[in-house]
Design a protein around this ligand. Sequence first.
Ligand code: ADP
Ligand code: MG
Length: 249
Amino acid sequence: MKTHFHNGGCSDFCCLKVQNLSVCIGDDQILTDINLHVHCGQMVALIGPNGAGKSTLLKALLGERAYEGNITFSVPHEAKTKPKIGYVPQSPTFDPGDPVSVADLFACCLSSRPAFLGLRSGLRSKVLECLSRVHGEELIDKRVGTLSGGELQRVLLALALEPMPNILILDEPLSGVDIEGMTNLMDMLDEIRQTYDLSILMTTHDFSMLPRYADQVVLIDGAVKIQGKPDDVLNSDEFQQAFHMKGGK
Ligand code: ADP
Ligand code: MG
């Protein structure tokens, strides 16, 4: 298991390169020989049936799952630090009766960072600044359990963007979000991608969003079945086989 951090790397414009990645859990081979590239500022969608190994691949990228093969993160030449990864997990559920507010959630996540120690009075303005990146300042005093699916995703996204990462990884951000919320969230991700030249890797089952928003689609089912431009993948035999013509999963 090797994770490399390059200044420049495979090419100056490439942010994440996965080579020959395999994951076993116990005796089960979950992923075999995965190869993919996420270039700077690209939106890449990872699709595949349930149990295909999408979340497992994201966990390997986050260093939370052992793997064989190579993961290389490249950052611009001028950056001296390791690349930062922002992660939006598959939506957690909060009890509507839970008293935790959006501000409390941020306080808990941000105040553990040394820069915020002793800066309690400055914290609220910091939270507002974070929420402004997702146009969500009005959510600051809402209880997390009462947020709509789309609002919760925006809050989780704002948390993942502080500090601003080099690559953003989202696991099924569109599930539990209504159609209007989906378009809003994808528009927002697109805006953030352009504003901060951020690479985005997300899993999704909402294929209708892909032609408009994704630069590249990677279809996996234990291994990469096909990858390329959204229309090419969505019109492929591999896509038909993975989602329509196969029994089982
Ligand atoms: P996806 O996100 O594409 O739905 P996952 O990556 O969650 O798929 O799961 C891929 C396979 O790995 C599934 O068969 C799942 O049962 C198995 N798996 C995932 N996590 C674990 C685990 N912690 N222990 C055992 N098996 C797991
Ligand atoms: Mg999953």
